[in-house]
Each structure stands twice: as C-alpha cells, then as structure tokens.
Ligand binder design. Structure first.
Ligand code: COA
Length: 332
C-alpha cells in the first residue's frame, strides 16, 4: 500500500446540452434517452474551448488538491484517444503548460478504460523507478468523434478531462511503508479483442501515391446491445475478482466508482451482486459517457462531496473499446 491518491481534479466544457436539444439532430426524445441510459445532459466543447485547455485545468486542480508543485512531478500520463495534437502528445502539452520540468510523460490509448490503465501503469513505473509523484489524467472529446446523424451513439457521449496526483510512500527510502493507511491495494487489468466498438483513424485511409484509399469519417461505430452485454458481465467479474485480490469482500467496499456509460448497466450489476445503489456513485445524468475522463470525473466529484472520508475503500471499475476492462481497490 505505498502508492496513494493525494488529490483529484477535473474540468468540463461550459456548454451543457440537455436531452431536449438532442432532438434537433435526430429522431430521439428526452424520455427515450433518460429511460435507456439515465443521461439528462452532457458537456460539449464549443468553438473557443479545447480539450488541452481542460487537461491543463484538471491537472492544475489535482496538483492544487494534492499540495504538489509542478516541478516535483516525476511522471505524467494522459489517457486519451482524442488529443488536440497527436505530436506533441497531450501529456507533452500539459507538461509544458504547467512547467512539470522533470516529468517523464506519454499518452496512453485504451478508450474508456484508459484512465484505469494509466493508473496501473503509473503505479508500476513509480515502484520500478522510485518516482515520488505522478499526474494521471483521462481526457476525451468524443463530441468530435461522434456521427451526429447516428442517434444510437450521439446521445451517449460528452467531453471532459479529469485525473489525480499519485504519491509514493516508498520513494527515497526504498522501503515499503507497512503502516501506510491509504493506497492502491489491488488492480485487475484485462483486454479482450472484439470489434463491437470501433473508431477508424480517417487520416490513415487517405490515398498516397502508393496506396489506394478514401477518407473515412472519424466517428465511433458501436453495437450497443453487444457492448451492454459485455459491460454488465465484465463489471460483475471485475468487482468479484478485484475485491478478492484485495483480501476483501464486496461488503468491505464503501463506494463504487463505475465507468459512467449507462445507469442501467450499473443498476443491473448492483442488483446481481446485491450492492445497494446508494453505494454506486453516479454522475452520468450530468455528463454522459466521457470515456477515459469518466471514472476520474466521478472520483473527483465523489472526493469533493460530503460522502468522502479518510480510510474509505473505493472500487473503481471501467470497460471500453478494444474491448478492454480494468478495476482497482483503493483506500483513500
Ligand atoms: N432515440 C430513440 N430511439 C432509439 C435511439 C435514440 N437515441 N437509439 C436507438 N433507438 C431505438 C432503436 O432504433 C431500436 O428501435 P427498434 O426497436 O424500432 O429497432 C430501439 O431504440 C431499441 O434499440 P436498442 O439498441 O436495443 O436499445 P437499447 O435498450 O440496447 O439501448 C444503448 C441502446 C446504446 C443505450 C444501450 O445498448 C447501451 O447503453 N449499450 C452500451 C453502450 C456503451 O456503454 N458504450 C460505451 C462503451 S465504453
């Protein structure tokens, strides 16, 4: 228990788009969206906002909450499939913007499970390299990668950035602090090849003098029912396996911070496992599915809510395109 969450932060676009506005783009209704997903509104980047701006703000807020100055940061990972620039990476841009001078940085692509993969990667790298401090952010602008003519996807997604600062109790001494009262206790990371949720990279299909091609739209394609089935089964598996790995039972978990894709998925899992819905932290009604930003956005909101207490056991669990899935138990 040596890597712990020292602070969280998030940033969302200022424009909130309620379900009633969605009817402008296709044959849908507030009633259908609410019943099928639990989503009531989502935040969408507008003309004068950028994803990078959200990433910089989320990182700044997490650092402030942790009481860490940027020059102390050893590692910065941004999980995203949708940075404003591919090169420099989103993590390079935030490193420069916040002056995290000595940070090793890179981006990580694992779709909606990205933040959880980044957390696990950061934990591993901190232990392997004796890093004291890391910034881990999940950020996505799926509004720019959504087919606004496909009602089965455009109602689901939103834009956001969120993340945390990790600290290492072991750094410097090389000795695990066995008295540590907080930290990431267990993780479970999985990938399952499946193409029920895909995103083509349009630029890579552009013809060259050597290769035929056509510009394909850069939009998410998804078999919603298949993903729903996968999500409910895999979340259940993760909750059972990661609590066991942590030496706990499901009852030992104070709050669950699930990927916020669909309230019905969370409710189904809660019912099957006998978890009271009050223990499932949900904010999908306000933001929709913000992909890699989803779990940290919920975590940040939980940590700043009246429900957070030192010593609580939280279980974070995500699933996403790839298909991928990940979970961890953390004592805060
Ligand atoms: N508004 C109104 N009707 C819609 C609609 C919309 N936005 N989207 C789909 N429908 C219609 C369908 O066309 C279908 O109509 P039909 O019965 O006449 O053919 C009907 O609603 C039911 O469609 P279905 O796809 O079976 O709905 P569903 O209950 O499975 O809900 C999702 C669809 C996408 C909300 C749900 O499958 C889901 O959440 N899947 C998981 C998606 C996910 O989590 N993705 C992210 C992974 S990280």
């Amino acid at each position: 228990m040596s890597i712990w969450i020292a602070g969280t932060g998030s940033a969302t676009p200022s424009l909130s788009v309620p379900n009633s506005e969605m009817t402008k783009f296709g044959d849908t209704s507030d009633e259908w969206i609410t019943t099928a997903t639990g989503i009531k509104e989502r935040r969408v980047l507008s003309q004068d906002e950028t994803l990078q701006g959200l990433v910089d703000k989320a990182a700044e807020r997490a650092l402030e909450a942790a009481g860490v100055v940027p020059k102390e940061v050893d590692l910065c990972i941004v999980a995203t499939i949708a940075g404003d620039t591919l090169v420099p990476s989103t993590s390079s841009n935030v490193k420069r913007a916040l002056h995290m001078e000595r940070a090793v940085n890179f981006d990580l692509n694992m779709a909606c499970s990205g933040f959880m993969y980044a957390l696990w990667t950061a934990q591993s790298l901190m232990l392997a390299n004796n890093f004291a401090t890391a910034v881990v952010i999940g950020a996505e602008q799926l509004s720019r990668m959504t087919d606004w003519g496909d009602r089965s996807t455009f109602v689901l997604f939103g834009d956001a950035a969120a993340g945390c600062v990790l600290k290492n109790d072991m750094a410097g001494s090389g000795v695990l602090d066995i008295n540590a009262k907080r930290g990431i206790i267990a993780s479970d990371i999985r990938s399952h090849y499946d193409d029920t949720l895909c995103l083509q990279v349009s630029g890579l299909t552009t013809p060259t003098p050597f290769v035929d091609g056509e510009d394909l739209p850069h939009v998410v394609k998804m078999n919603g029912r298949a993903v729903f089935k996968f999500a409910t089964a895999i979340m259940q598996e993760h909750i059972e396996s990661v609590t066991k790995k942590a030496g706990m039972t499901i009852d030992d978990i104070d709050y669950f911070i699930p990927h916020q894709a669909n309230q019905r998925i969370v409710a189904h899992v809660a019912k099957v496992l006998g978890i009271p819905m009050e223990k499932m932290f949900l904010n999908v009604h306000k933001y929709g599915n913000t992909s890699a930003a989803s779990v940290p956005l919920a975590l940040d909101e939980f940590m700043r809510s009246g429900n957070a207490r030192a010593g609580q056991n939280l279980l974070m669990v995500a699933f996403g395109g790839g298909l991928s899935s990940a979970s961890c138990v953390v004592k805060v």
